[in-house]
Design a protein around this ligand. Structure first.
Ligand code: NCD
Length: 342
């Protein structure tokens, strides 16, 4: 990982564990009555959202504000993008305003990479989801949630997901969440199985570091975490399965199916959930479902990522691989109470 976070595949195991450990420090800030650190005071971050978002946008904004950054929210609706302005012109406008980081969500796979490598802009670029390609902070918050639930809250380089069995179920074809999770979970030592109807399995999946199964029931019984995906109708231009009822019956998670999972196993969902389709209300509202926890963890992860990419005068993440116990992040994110911003 360099100055930008474009793909979960760019993260080394050390990078990923450093982000997860830094997020644990950040999570401690969230437990305080005053949830603010002065770390990014004077830095400007733009949230550039060309696609709809609830959780991701709010979560980035909360993370930026907790680090005291100046935040500018830009959504394509209501901007000159709807008048036909290009990504290049939008980027140059932001550059003229002197932004330090751009968090971008875009419907086109590759847009954040283009922004980071084009020379149009000098800021750090964080991918908040591009087309069907990548959503690296979602994979990081999912890994953080799994690590807390399945491994424990202690930090350190030995704390990865080695040997944990993770099943990802649903519309893998259109899911940037699935792609990012497969990459990161593999890096962290987990064994991933994708379960989907054959029509929703991407071509070339044989080269991905995971298994593929079409049988949910036989996979559930040996899973430590089961991640349900939404069927992304907005990205579909054909019928990929006969009926919703048929899809739910074969690939949806209801209480009866959930009961087949090992006692410790958790149910995850990146949101937004379509209750009654990929997940029943009973499962979504059960104690085993971590969907709300994932949202809370997302703020800590995004604080960690922004801190590590921009943190004070610290070098970029790729140059900052020091033993975690002595990493400046650990000292800086938990300043003595007196130095906190009130
Ligand atoms: C997902 C996304 O937008 O990629 N949601 C999210 O970021 N939490 C998944 C989805 O839209 O189904």
């Amino acid at each position: 990982m360099q100055r930008h976070l474009i793909s979960a595949a760019d993260l080394t195991r050390d990078d990923a564990v450093l982000i997860l450990d830094t997020a644990e420090e950040m999570a401690r800030v969230a437990d305080r009555p005053i949830k603010k650190l002065p770390t990014l005071r004077g830095r400007t971050i733009v949230n550039l959202f060309f696609e709809d978002s609830t959780r991701t946008r709010i979560s980035f904004e909360a993370a930026e504000k907790r680090l005291s950054a100046d935040v500018i929210n830009f959504s394509a609706k209501g901007s000159s993008v709807s008048k036909g302005e290009s990504l290049k012109d939008t980027a140059q406008t932001l550059e003229a305003m002197g932004v330090d980081a751009v968090v971008i969500r875009h419907g086109a796979s590759g847009a954040p990479y283009r922004l980071a490598t084009s020379g149009w802009i000098d800021a750090a670029v964080v991918n908040a989801g591009d087309g069907t390609h990548q959503h690296p902070t979602q994979a990081l918050l999912d890994a953080f949630t799994m690590r807390r639930r399945l491994v424990g809250r202690d930090t350190g380089l030995g704390r990865d997901l080695s040997g944990r069995r993770i099943t990802i179920v649903g519309d893998v074809l259109h899911s940037r969440v699935a792609r990012s999770n497969v990459d990161l979970l593999h890096t962290l030592g987990a064994e991933v199985t994708l379960v989907a109807p054959p029509t929703l399995v991407p071509v070339g999946v044989g080269n991905w570091p995971c298994e593929v199964s079409y049988d949910l029931d036989s996979t559930l019984v040996k899973s430590d975490a089961v991640m349900m995906l939404r069927v992304q109708r907005e990205r579909m231009n054909a019928a990929f399965f006969p009926t919703e009822r048929e899809y739910s019956r074969r690939y949806g998670l209801d209480a009866e199916r959930m009961a087949k999972m090992p006692g410790h196993a958790i149910v995850m969902h990146p949101g937004p959930m379509v209750r009654g389709m990929e997940i029943t209300a009973e499962v979504a509202d059960s104690d085993r479902c971590t969907v709300v926890e994932q949202v809370a963890n997302g703020v800590s992860i995004r604080m960690a990522v922004l801190y590590l990419l921009l943190g004070g005068n610290e070098p970029a993440l790729s140059h900052a691989r020091q033993p975690v116990a002595h990493h400046p992040a650990t000292e800086r994110v938990a300043p003595p109470t007196g130095s906190e911003e009130k």
